[in-house]
Write a protein that binds this ligand. Structure first.
Ligand SMILES: [Fe+2]
Length: 136
């Protein structure tokens, strides 16, 4: 089976909010560590997932505060996406814990793909909103 490629942050997906970019980079770094632990068949894999979920929760909260303070109209829909993601990961973890190890790879790939798609997709909507607001 082909290896899972790493995530790479680049300036093209900057949201132009320093603190949030730092968090996105850290999310990518934890995800890459997760991929490595998973591919190595290391028992650390579940620990790294917990770390990722914990950090993601903090990050989502901070991002929602940024959107709220800016009165971004897409806040509710964006928050719903964040909540859906956490619920999905919890569902995977439960299935894995109930003795479905085959869920592991699907879960790691889902985490990685979702984080990249979200950061480079939906997050750009508030980034553009903020950029317009500050240029006024
Ligand atoms: Fe987000």
């Amino acid at each position: 089976m082909a290896g899972i490629s790493h995530l790479q942050w680049s300036d093209g997906i900057s949201v132009r909010v320093d603190g949030i970019d730092v968090q996105h980079k850290k999310l990518f770094e934890i995800t890459n560590r997760l991929i490595d632990a998973f591919e190595a068949g290391s028992g650390d894999f579940l620990e790294v997932i917990s770390e990722l979920v914990e950090y993601t929760t903090i990050h989502f909260h901070d991002e929602q505060m940024v959107m709220m303070n800016a009165k971004f109209p897409g806040l509710a829909a964006h928050t719903a996406e964040h909540d859906k993601f956490i619920a999905k990961v919890e569902e995977f973890l439960q299935a894995y814990g109930e003795g479905h190890p085959e869920v592991g790879r699907t879960m790691v790939v889902f985490l990685k793909d979702w984080l990249f798609a979200h950061t480079s997709g939906l997050d750009m909507e508030y980034a553009q909103f903020l950029a317009k607001k500050t240029s006024k």
